[in-house]
Design a protein around this ligand. Structure first.
Ligand SMILES: *[C@@H]1O[C@H](CO)[C@@H](O)[C@H](O)[C@H]1NC(C)=O
Ligand SMILES: *[C@@H]1O[C@H](CO)[C@@H](O)[C@H](O)[C@H]1NC(C)=O
Ligand SMILES: *[C@@H]1O[C@H](CO)[C@@H](O)[C@H](O)[C@H]1NC(C)=O
Ligand SMILES: *[C@@H]1O[C@H](CO)[C@@H](O)[C@H](O)[C@H]1NC(C)=O
Ligand SMILES: *[C@@H]1O[C@H](CO)[C@@H](O)[C@H](O)[C@H]1NC(C)=O
Ligand SMILES: *[C@@H]1O[C@H](CO)[C@@H](O)[C@H](O)[C@H]1NC(C)=O
Ligand SMILES: *[C@@H]1O[C@H](CO)[C@@H](O)[C@H](O)[C@H]1NC(C)=O
Ligand SMILES: *[C@@H]1O[C@H](CO)[C@@H](O)[C@H](O)[C@H]1NC(C)=O
Ligand SMILES: *[C@@H]1O[C@H](CO)[C@@H](O)[C@H](O)[C@H]1NC(C)=O
Length: 362
């Protein structure tokens, strides 16, 4: 008995270190940040104004692309006067999930899903100010073909190498795919397009109810979904975040797969799903359901934060109004630079509007 107890105790520190969630904290910030979904924030030092600002790209699911800008993270998504229309597409392409990053020359690039035609559009700023004018450069291509899918994210490495990751769920076998970019629109000729995440674990295998997903080898109907990639590099570790399951219900969650800088990122075997998965999932005690589709960014304390969408309603919102809000919180990481599992913050700030009955009233 004594021996059994001591061997149990010896085994405990490892197990609890692995499974103890990082505390839910967002020091100095009011949650939820505001209405919306699919945040992909960037903190940027605007040398013209001498201010650090949070940039949150946004869309209207039509022709428009917005940028929300504020030096105050609690206000960037909450105060509508921070919202600026920066680009209007000629056609209604059903804009979705814009992703923002800055290039080596200081210009900005956005990858925007065109959900009506299931491909990715590229716009680039004409100057280093993301509130200046922007130009479209068409679609992302691999070997001259428009890529198929949605939720694109620019994965930019410290050495300047640039990749694009996106979801192929719904119209092709569900995966997060990757290409290596030679410029903002085109993959490096002759390099592969690889699926680096496919659903394999029980928490990423919840088939979409009432789905109709037809693709080669899968004539109809339900299938799992992996989508919304994001990334953050800590020392030698590339953390690639993604979401799985149906975005409108409580099974929607956030996961990580990692690779080491210097490895071949186009080789699926370079990527390993995190032992901390899912790093963020529904939590009854903090009234957070379906936390997912977010972006890592530098927070107010200059360390890594994650912004994501979620609802306060355990029933989600399938068939009802879109009641998602955006939340942001601090993330922890281990000595290898792997993002830890965390508990969602309690999003208690009142949200105006008749559809937000599950938030405290103002
Ligand atoms: C940067 O600062 C300049 C000067 O104050 C201002 O005109 C511009 O709108 C700012 N850009 C952003 C993205 O904050
Ligand atoms: C940021 O905005 C929040 C909400 O409006 C406000 O309470 C807080 O004082 C602001 N912080 C700063 C530094 O202005
Ligand atoms: C953002 O601002 C534009 C005006 O620039 C407005 O038309 C649009 O409705 C706003 N979007 C949201 C989501 O509030
Ligand atoms: C990227 O490279 C391709 C292939 O060389 C070229 O056709 C395309 O115009 C380039 N795109 C941009 C935005 O420069
Ligand atoms: C699935 O979609 C196909 C093509 O749009 C349609 O013909 C079929 O009836 C749909 N099946 C179901 C079960 O909704
Ligand atoms: C979350 O906020 C609600 C509403 O203010 C409160 O009733 C609840 O106790 C809070 N839960 C936690 C875990 O703080
Ligand atoms: C509430 O949801 C209904 C149904 O989706 C929608 O028609 C209405 O515009 C929403 N109201 C607000 C204030 O967003
Ligand atoms: C990253 O490396 C630096 C030294 O190069 C070290 O000080 C720091 O603790 C490392 N961070 C992590 C998260 O491993
Ligand atoms: C939660 O969602 C369900 C299903 O859409 C709805 O019937 C219910 O009124 C919502 N609860 C609150 C408090 O809004």
């Amino acid at each position: 008995m004594k021996m059994l107890l001591s061997s149990l105790l010896a085994a405990l520190p490892l197990a609890s270190a692995l499974h103890k969630p990082y505390p839910a904290e967002a020091p100095g910030v009011l949650n939820p940040l505001g209405l919306g979904q699919d945040p992909a924030p960037v903190k940027w030092h605007n040398t013209s104004s001498g201010q650090d600002v949070y940039l949150f790209p946004d869309i209207n699911f039509g022709k428009l692309v917005y940028l929300r800008v504020s030096s105050n993270l609690s206000e960037v998504q909450y105060d509508e006067s921070n919202n600026h229309t920066i680009y209007t597409f000629a056609d209604n392409i059903a804009t979705e999930a814009p992703d923002l990053s800055q290039l080596a020359d200081g210009k900005w690039v956005m990858y925007i899903s065109a959900v009506s035609i299931n491909t990715i559009f590229v716009i680039q700023s004409d100057t280093t100010d993301p509130l200046g004018s922007w130009t479209t450069y068409g679609n992302v291509r691999h070997n001259g073909q428009d890529i198929v899918g949605y939720d694109a994210h620019g994965l930019n490495l410290p050495n300047g190498d640039r990749y694009l990751v996106w979801s192929t769920s719904f119209h092709a076998p569900p995966s997060i795919s990757i290409i290596k970019l030679q410029n903002i629109t085109d993959a490096v000729p002759g390099t592969p397009l690889s699926a680096i995440v496919t659903p394999t674990e029980y928490y990423e295998m919840n088939e979409i109810p009432n789905g109709n997903y037809t693709y080669p080898g899968h004539p109809c109907c339900n299938a799992p979904v992996v989508e919304a990639p994001s990334s953050w590099v800590i020392n030698n570790t590339i953390n690639l975040g993604y979401a799985s399951n149906w975005y409108a219900d409580a099974t929607y969650n956030t996961l990580i797969t990692t690779a080491t800088l210097g490895s071949d990122l186009l080789d699926p075997s370079s990527w390993t799903k995190s032992p901390y998965n899912p790093i963020l999932h529904s939590n009854f005690f903090s009234y957070t359901y379906g936390p997912g589709s977010g972006g890592f960014f530098t927070g107010p304390d200059n360390d890594v934060w994650f912004a994501y969408g979620a609802t306060n309603n355990a029933s989600g919102f399938t068939g009802g109004p879109n009641i998602r809000t955006v939340r942001a919180q601090k993330m922890g990481y281990d000595h290898q630079g792997r993002i830890l599992m965390t508990t969602p913050v309690n999003a208690t700030r009142p949200i105006p509007g008749s559809n937000y009955t599950d938030y405290p009233s103002s």
